[in-house]
Design a protein around this ligand. Structure first.
Ligand SMILES: NC(=O)c1ccc[n+]([C@@H]2O[C@H](COP(=O)([O-])OP(=O)(O)OC[C@H]3O[C@@H](n4cnc5c(N)ncnc54)[C@H](O)[C@@H]3O)[C@@H](O)[C@H]2O)c1
Length: 286
């Protein structure tokens, strides 16, 4: 397989913006797509802010920033976004039907060599692949949040994913400065299955009133040396995304240990989505 030079990133939210940034910094040409220009503008503002922080810390130069930014082209048109790319990395909301519809819509428009990768936190790669005619070139490429900072990419092998596809995405991950691991396609994979349970349990405990949010977070930060407490982390991930992840784990494993707390559901219904909405377990100024 030829080297990957051009990528399309679908979704310019928390993850998509970060993926576009690290791809551009790695020298790849990037097309970034969201459904409306305002989301693209927000995504690009996040990329600029993140690169600006790196310049301030002396990690990169202003010229590196300008070059990286010049490699990202934004569009709200799906077909234009996937035209003439080698890989599509999808980072749209964690809703299986939406992801399947999106991959189905681009399948006929994409030449056969193009790899489709989903950044899903734990939905079935095999089921998404079934919406396309390229199940062997369909894979999970699960980046961690915040993408520019976190080392890991969890590569997910679907039922029909070929070894060649895995090798290409391992190479792409390394090119993007990441360390890949390969896991099989099971709900929540490794990372989300482990960490979502901790966040979920902390929200149950908070709803039961065992301690304040601050003290629950201190229990893991100071007691277990976690860099963030589970409620802070839930706010950081996005409570809507966490709820989707828990609903999927609960549905797939039919195990009550994955039951999402009513409090989480209510907070999402109220629009308290964590950092991205300005309010979650904590309040954030813009
Ligand atoms: N938030 C995390 O910590 C995290 C970590 C790893 C993986 N993920 C996964 O990454 C994916 C995206 O999560 P996020 O946190 O970036 O969500 P987000 O809500 O921040 O961003 C999603 C973006 O997708 C856009 N969008 C919606 N429909 C679209 C479509 N059809 N085409 C293109 N864009 C569309 C939205 O407008 C939004 O800008 C999810 O699958 C999530 O599970 C999230």
């Amino acid at each position: 397989m030829a080297a990957i030079r051009k990528v399309c990133v679908l979704g310019a939210g928390l993850m998509g913006a970060g993926i576009a940034q690290v791809a551009a910094q790695a020298g790849l040409e990037v097309k970034l797509r969201d459904i409306e220009d305002k989301f693209l503008e927000k995504g690009m503002a996040a990329v600029k802010q993140s690169l600006g922080r790196m310049v301030k810390k002396g990690k990169i130069t202003q010229a590196d920033t300008d070059t990286a930014l010049s490699r990202i082209k934004c569009t709200n048109k799906l077909i234009e976004a996937v035209r003439d790319v080698d890989v599509v990395i999808e980072a749209i909301p964690e809703i299986l039907s939406l992801k399947k519809e999106t991959f189905k819509a681009i399948d006929n428009e994409s030449p056969s060599h193009v790899i489709f990768a989903s950044n899903t936190s734990g939905l079935s790669i095999t089921e998404m692949a079934s919406a396309t005619k390229r199940a062997d070139r369909f894979i999970g490429m699960h980046f961690m949040n915040p993408v520019p900072m976190m080392q890991l990419v969890e590569i997910v092998r679907g039922y029909s994913t070929s070894e060649e596809t895995i090798k290409s995405i391992e190479e792409l991950s390394v090119k993007m400065g990441k360390t890949p691991i390969v896991v099989s396609d099971t709900p929540g994979f490794a990372t989300s299955r482990f960490i979502a349970v901790l966040m979920n349990e902390a929200i149950h405990a908070f709803a039961e009133g065992i301690a304040s949010a601050e003290d629950i977070d201190k229990s893991m930060r100071l007691g277990m040396n976690h860099p963030m407490g589970p409620l802070e982390l839930a706010d950081f991930v996005g409570l809507d995304t966490l709820l989707y992840v828990m609903e999927n784990l609960y549905r797939e494993y039919s195990d009550p240990k994955y039951r999402p707390p009513l409090l989480l559901r209510q907070m999402v219904r109220a629009g308290h989505l964590g950092r991205k909405s300005g309010k979650g377990f904590y309040s954030y100024s813009a």
